[in-house]
Design a protein around this ligand. Structure first.
Ligand code: SF4
Ligand code: SF4
Length: 390
């Protein structure tokens, strides 16, 4: 029997020719300078385990867990190495962590809370109370929560046969629900009858997939697909969720999943070419931050510029779209590295514009929360478009 402890696709693994062109695009390599913290080093470590019989030890686990899964290396790679799939498969094959506390915390987060939206909301109310009592440090946890926003449900019907679905997600619906309200306003302005998913359609499983919990991710994906039947497009205003849902076809390997993925569109991608009332020219300068899962996976970051340009003066950074260090749960599990990557991003944002408090646009809730934690005024494209509606 062939030994294959990580169950990696040999062709994908061997596609890497160790040229190193991906290294400058890797945020963990940029802040550490360590080969093992680079895509090339990680692939070499995967090969050593998969082919040469090296052990899956603590050093290997650390190398895999320090990756932000930003997939900047994929975009840069001339050999087309599908690094994201290698990393997801590797993490899924890792043995459970030794620490019982960590196993329990992960079980609570991934298996208990995230799949139950009422629990996500209950935890968010607890966090809101903690913020009111000044028990939650400003640089940690959710953005500043609003009881008024949390107490009001979205003014969008559930289920039915809409012209377009608005996927509302788990954490985003709890922490940034006002952005969904902006999306709903824009969809209404475009004359589109929208609905949100019914029961079980909250958590897309992206965080589970990044954490190597592939079986749970597949179960959540199947549930999300059942919650939004039909052929209507599925508008997603979270770049990380949209990227995962566009890959359901690969994840589940069924024709239904491929059909579902083909219906998924990022909010800005969906808005391009739609008829809206003419936007107000605001004269406001806005720095664009490309979420990795919009730029490197969905590759639809150009649409953000297209839809905002009529109303805002857009400013680009010169850091080639390097990651901000959010990476879903990465900002918590790899706090130190995440903050070092964030510092580079904040410098790039400030360097792009002569304004001590710039407005930054980002299409991903994780990036918005990460940037706000560093004192940046980060907004979603939908919020800016809604503000510019007449
Ligand atoms: S992943 Fe691609 S860019 Fe990076 S070393 Fe391998 S072949 Fe070169
Ligand atoms: S996914 Fe991002 S952090 Fe991970 S190796 Fe590739 S560039 Fe580096």
């Amino acid at each position: 029997m062939t030994r294959s402890p990580l169950h990696l696709d040999a062709d994908t693994l061997n596609a890497c020719v160790s040229c190193g062109l991906c290294l400058p695009h890797c945020p963990t390599y940029r802040v550490t300078g360590r080969e093992i913290a680079s895509p090339r080093g990680r692939i070499a470590a995967m090969r050593a385990v998969e082919i040469d019989g090296a052990p899956v030890d603590d050093a290997f686990r650390t190398a895999m867990e320090e990756c932000v899964s930003c997939r900047g290396c994929e975009t840069a790679c001339p050999s087309g190495v599908e690094f994201g799939h290698l990393m997801e498969a590797t993490r899924a094959a890792l043995p459970p962590p030794r620490s019982r506390a960590r196993r329990t915390a992960e079980w609570l987060g991934y298996a208990v809370v995230l799949p139950r939206h009422w629990l996500v909301l209950a935890c968010t109310w607890a966090a809101w109370l903690g913020q009111r009592l000044h028990l939650v440090p400003a640089r940690f946890g959710p953005p500043k929560l609003s009881a008024r926003s949390l107490a009001r449900s979205l003014d969008i019907p559930v289920g039915g046969a809409p012209e377009a679905w608005l996927f509302t997600g788990c954490v985003m619906d709890a922490w940034l629900r006002d952005t969904h309200r902006s999306v709903a306003r824009v969809m209404h302005g475009a004359g589109v009858r929208a609905a949100r998913p019914g029961s079980g359609g909250a958590c897309c499983g992206a965080l589970h997939l990044h954490a190597g919990r592939a079986a749970e991710a597949r179960a959540l994906a199947a549930r999300v697909m059942r919650a939004m039947p039909g052929t209507a497009p599925i508008v997603v205003d979270s770049a990380g969720c949209g990227a995962a849902m566009k890959e359901y076809g690969t994840l589940l390997g069924t024709p239904e999943a491929h059909d579902f993925s083909a219906r998924v569109v990022d909010f800005s991608e969906w808005l391009v070419g739609r008829q809206l009332p003419p936007l107000r020219r605001t004269g406001t300068r806005v720095v664009v931050q490309d979420p990795c899962h919009l730029r490197n996976v969905q590759k639809t970051h150009g649409a953000v510029r297209t839809v905002l340009a009529p109303a805002y003066e857009l400013v680009e950074t010169d850091d080639d779209g390097l990651c901000c260090g959010a990476g879903g749960a990465y900002a918590i599990s790899q706090r130190d590295l995440s903050q070092r990557i964030l510092e580079r991003k904040v410098d790039a944002l400030h360097g792009a514009i002569d304004d001590p408090s710039p407005i930054v646009v980002s299409a991903n809730p994780g990036c918005i929360v990460q940037l706000r934690g560093a004192g940046i005024d980060a907004r979603h494209p939908a919020d800016l478009i809604a503000e510019a509606l007449p």
